[in-house]
Design a protein around this ligand. Structure first.
Ligand code: ARG
Length: 292
């Protein structure tokens, strides 16, 4: 990615806001949706009567993985467990910063067994420092890491006490943001980091106070509208330059391009039936000095 060409907008002669964006290679953990299904409903996207097609989900997931590999990122995979249809949403499995993993403790019993499964994988794969959490939290679903701080969602799944627990364990400032719209039940359904010091978000998902915090912290943020949010366009993964994003989020895709980012549209429509998008399927493993 370091030698990849300039964004199309630059080639067209448009000046991106702050010069060409630079991608940083990432290490992701993913879980193939072999046992994917919608058999229970724990968010407004899930309709067990409508169900979902695991084979189609696997094909879309393979394309997502191929997109990451094509961008030069490293992808590890964890074995899916039968009876855990939401385990494909690896983002919820933990929060890994500086080689230290803060484990997940799920809000709903249907997903409870995923926490230990992800913790065991991390311990066995170069992340011995896994903290078993006391408080309810759904990993990177509600914790998004920037350069100098971690943004943390609450209101539907993750408890504020877990924000404090994560801050104490990781030694990184954690800023609490309150979610108010049940369609956007995890922070990563309403906001994603753009590089290390900026974000894109949908203001309607947040309480007035949290909106004010976001405006203060990120005066240059990309603000998305409801149409893009409603197709889970904010559930995107940015590596500093490329943004892997649901293809239906056409308005946000155009805005990102204008700001010098390179959108990489993907179709995860089958996984959206469970309320998930590209970010939900992706746990970033941030190594410390000693970790792999
Ligand atoms: N069905 C899953 C749930 O409601 C979807 C999780 C999506 N993951 C995410 N990081 N937003 O828990």
């Amino acid at each position: 990615p370091a030698s990849s060409p300039l964004p199309e907008s630059v080639e067209r002669g448009e000046q991106p806001e702050r010069g060409a964006r630079v991608a940083r290679p990432r290490h992701f953990l993913m879980c193939r949706p072999e046992h994917f299904a919608v058999t229970y409903s724990i968010n407004p996207w899930m309709d067990p009567a409508a169900g979902a097609d695991a084979a189609r989900a696997v094909a879309q997931w393979e394309a997502l993985r191929a997109a990451y590999l094509g961008l030069g990122h490293r992808v590890s995979v964890i074995d899916p467990v039968e009876g855990l249809p939401d385990m494909v949403f690896a983002a919820n499995g933990a929060l890994v910063v500086n080689g230290r993993a803060y484990g997940a403790r799920f809000a709903h019993p249907q997903r409870a067994a995923e926490g230990p499964a992800y913790a065991a994988w991390l311990r066995a794969n170069g992340f011995p420092e896994v903290r078993e959490p006391v408080h309810t939290n759904e990993g990177e679903g509600d914790f998004l890491t920037l350069d100098r701080l971690i943004l943390a969602g609450t209101g539907f799944r993750t408890e504020v006490a877990a924000h404090q627990e994560a801050q104490e364990f990781l030694g990184v400032p954690v800023v609490t943001l309150r979610l108010v719209d049940p369609r956007f039940y995890h922070l990563d359904t309403a906001l994603f980091p753009l590089g290390d010091d900026n974000v894109a978000y949908y203001p309607g998902a947040f309480s007035p106070g949290s909106r004010a915090v976001l405006e203060r912290l990120f005066p240059d943020a990309i603000v998305a509208d409801e149409r893009d949010a409603a197709v889970l366009g904010l559930n995107a993964v940015c590596d500093g330059r490329n943004v892997v994003i649901n293809a239906e989020a056409t308005g946000l895709i155009a805005t990102l391009r204008r700001h010098g980012y390179e959108p990489v549209p993907v179709d995860l429509s089958e996984l959206r039936k469970a309320g998930g998008g590209p970010k939900c399927c992706t746990l970033e493993l941030r190594a410390g000095q000693a970790a792999p």
